[in-house]
Design a protein around this ligand. Structure first.
Ligand code: ATP
Ligand code: MG
Length: 212
């Protein structure tokens, strides 16, 4: 469970998060929507402990994302809006996530195959030299291979071609229903069949929270 209580985050005197209250239950599948600059990415980055809140609190399964960061991150797979400029080759990257987060390399290979990423051909290539869509496929493969209880995707399909999008959503349909998923998206129609809850943010506030 994720509990966000009166979360406020200021950047340059602007409340980018402005007193957000949210309870996300285990198994919730959420589309998090709202205009550019609404605070969606800031909210998920706060859940991941990237930012100190100015006031309020966040708990992930009872743990504080700042003080108990490792414990919180152990449960979460996160795909960022922009892929990080990782210099490691794919082989090195797999080695790294397997050592640092206990992600099974064989699972990564399996997920990559399902995402139609030609992993073997690119093993020695640095991550940052992959195409945008290939980066996304690699991050998706790692995220799913981690077998987390919480998945957070920040516009994961932006760089994917239509076939890859279909594959991605097909994989998500096959997940354990107990997995909690947050999709930040501007395309509700893509995730509509996967979600039970729609949350709209604007100007740092939750303006609509609808269960369907
Ligand atoms: N690290 C930062 N430093 C300063 N301002 C920031 C920082 N991160 C975000 N902001 C500001 O906070 C506001 C909300 O940004 P955020 O990235 O959370 O929006 P978003 O809802 O994810 O938008 P988008 O749909 O464009 O991804 C924006 O005005 C942005 O400029
Ligand atoms: Mg964003």
């Amino acid at each position: 469970m994720i509990e966000v209580c009166q979360a406020t985050k200021r950047f340059l005197d602007v409340n980018v998060l402005d007193g957000i209250d949210l309870t996300i239950k285990d198994g919730d599948k959420i589309a998090l929507m709202g205009p550019n600059g609404a605070g969606k990415t800031t909210l998920v980055r706060s859940i991941l402990g990237f930012y100190h809140l100015d006031s309020g609190s966040i708990r992930v399964n009872g743990a504080d994302p700042i003080k108990e960061r490792q414990e919180v991150l152990r449960h979460i797979s996160f795909i960022p809006q922009t892929p990080p400029p990782i210099k490691l080759s794919l082989t090195e990257l797999m080695e790294y996530v397997s050592k640092s987060s206990g992600v099974n390399k064989e699972y990564i290979e399996q997920e990559a195959k399902k995402m139609d990423l030609a992993l073997e051909k690119n093993l020695s290539k640095p991550f940052f030299k992959l195409s945008g869509g290939m980066k996304q496929k690699m991050l998706i493969s790692i995220a799913l291979a981690k077998r987390s209880d919480i998945l957070i995707f920040d516009e994961p399909t932006a760089n994917l071609d239509p076939k890859a999008r279909e594959r991605f959503y097909g994989l998500l349909e096959g997940l354990d229903p107990k997995v909690t998923t947050i999709y930040i998206t501007h395309r509700l129609e893509e995730v509509e069949s996967l979600i039970n809850r729609k949350i709209y943010m604007d100007l740092g506030k939750v303006v609509e929270d609808e269960r369907i």
